[in-house]
Design a protein around this ligand. Sequence first.
Ligand code: 13P
Ligand code: SF4
Length: 372
Amino acid sequence: MPLLETFDPAGLNPGAFSARTPTAPYPTGGGAARKFGVLPLPALDWNEDVARETAHLYERIKNVVPSVEWPFFAPHVKAINALKQQRGAVILAHNYQTPEIYHCVADFVGDSLQLAREAAKTKAGIIVQCGVHFMAETSKILNPDKVVLIPDSRAGCSLASSITGDDVRLLRERFPGVPVVTYVNTSAEVKAESDICCTSSNAVQVVESLGADKVIFLPDEYLARYVAAQTKVKIIAWKGHCEVHERFTADELRRYRDSDPSIQIIAHPECPPDVIAEADFTGSTAHMIDWVRNRHPRRVVMVTECSMADNVQAELPDVEFVRPCNLCPHMKRITLPKILDSLLLMKEEVVVDPFIADKARRAVERMIHLKS
Ligand code: 13P
Ligand code: SF4
């Protein structure tokens, strides 16, 4: 029986908690456009030269992007790759980005932990984060002297907006001495109030690394339940949910299995517990991709954001992906034209208060430096 206590802010202390939940658009600013200058819009025509110069990139996504669509993407892809060089920028893209971003303009792709590790290592002076705001903020926290751009600062996250720094301070008062682990899907302010961060790929390891018999685990209730099922540490959870993963149901997965008993079902730990119970494997987005690469199933349902199946399908054309298509509206705000604008106009620059960033950095670096 997992040891878990779910802390329901509304029931216990109405009004005191989540009074100032941060919502997108997040503050942007900085002086990157002044420092680096803005550049004119390059030609974005589709012609034989563009077709020839981008043919090797189309090859990577030809299984998932029809050839009639490539003329709409290719001019942007070519312009973005040229501008990246010119600006000395690196593009970090999450596994939920669409195939033309993931396979054709990104320098590094991965789950939240891999992207944070790349952000910590990069020598580039400019980071363009193709993902949601908390990911860009994590890159900025790790690189206070670099420019971090997000192509659309409205790309939020329902988990990140479920909790504030004030909430964490109140929780600490209520559970004195209990360490706080926060999922990276949180604002810098929440990270700053935490002892250590975690991602879905290292949550159990992080919880156990503290050597405590009880931890406060924020803000994803379902990830907290998943962790509680695998450790003896008692977990105090928050009631935050991912608006994409909470929509999956165990019933729909049972219907897939009834229609094909040999089908493989793999799920992200942000899913509700009864959904995870139906899965053959549960793991972070990177762990799910590795599972498919290594097992090479005939048919698989990836119970997570829909674009990830396209990205893996591009690489593994003989695996059949059955898609319950739930899209993350925040991830989908990032598009090629907005990435191009980011690089041309040096926008939107992510800013984090230096005092908060210093405190948050301790929690993020403590996670990154844990031995895997
Ligand atoms: P991963 O760290 O598994 O990529 O998860 C990030 C996320 O936002 C999932 O919804
Ligand atoms: Fe946040 Fe869910 Fe979107 Fe991931 S999929 S960014 S957890 S809303």
